[in-house]
Design a protein around this ligand. Sequence first.
Ligand code: MRU
Length: 337
Amino acid sequence: METLYLDHDKNTVVILDQNLLPQKIEYLPLTDIHQVWAAIRELKVRGAPAIGVVAAMGLYIEMKNTSSQDSFEEKFNAACKYLSTSRPTAVNLDWALAQMTEVYEANKTKPIPEIITALGDAADKIAADDTNICRRIGQHGATLLKEGMGILTHCNAGALAATKYGTALAPIYIAKEQGLNLRVYADETRPVLQGARLTAFELHQASIDTTLICDNMAATVMAKGLVDVVFVGCDRVAANGDTANKIGTYGVAVLAKNFGIPFYVCAPLSTIDMATATGDDIVIEERDPAEVTDLWYREPMAPKGVKVFNPAFDVTPANFISGYITENGIILPPFSL
Ligand code: MRU
């Protein structure tokens, strides 16, 4: 099951529509940059690495549609700026657009068909590199796992959040390839239920022993001794190690520390943002209050007009994090990248 791919012949970005999971497995062709922007904003495609890859592909299909009247450079810059506004927290989005910009700058004096080919190759490379990087994160993370261990994860940082393997779930997939039997506890991850709809779905499909819990049950499973390690993904790591990830991650980290359970953040090195000094500088997306009050319910589950606070991410301070599992190994701040 692929999360996303570029259909060069039809000039479309094809995504697995994550809003329909787990009920329906349906691929959605995105034919222009506005559809790509909306798919990112509406979480049809989500997860930091996947957002970056899809943005690069979206930029490419937009540039391939350039007519002779358009100024290529103006259109390229406007498209980058526009895609960058689709979601604010995951650094991978701007990172992927910066990679595409580097390729554009290196090729911009060439004839337009050659620039377009270079951009297409770059988007494909970003996707292929992502798969390779996630596999290496998995290999490093798997060294921490032993037969029968219990792992708790929050949100979805699996194959559905990347091109393959994911980040936090990659060690679990690699350990399974190595023959280990593991138990995974997946937080449902209110309010959009990425843990229930996506993590439980993909782990279950992969025949991994998976138990879904409500977010407020994590302390109980930890207190029962069922969790040996926590693996989470992340959207941006600040230079000091503070880490933004799906709302609720901070609470899991506090619990893990309380119970003496190691808490690992799994991320490509590109998610470490040395330009952001600390977690205080990370922009946290706030989303529609209806995600809290109405989504999933036949009728609204809160009094009409009540105030709602719906941040999509929180920041876990670096001192709660046992290590950062990257493609180059397990590291700790200060980072030298
Ligand atoms: O709002 P989402 O679903 O895009 O949030 C995703 C997360 O917080 C993931 O844990 C993070 O992007 C890492 S994905 C490998």
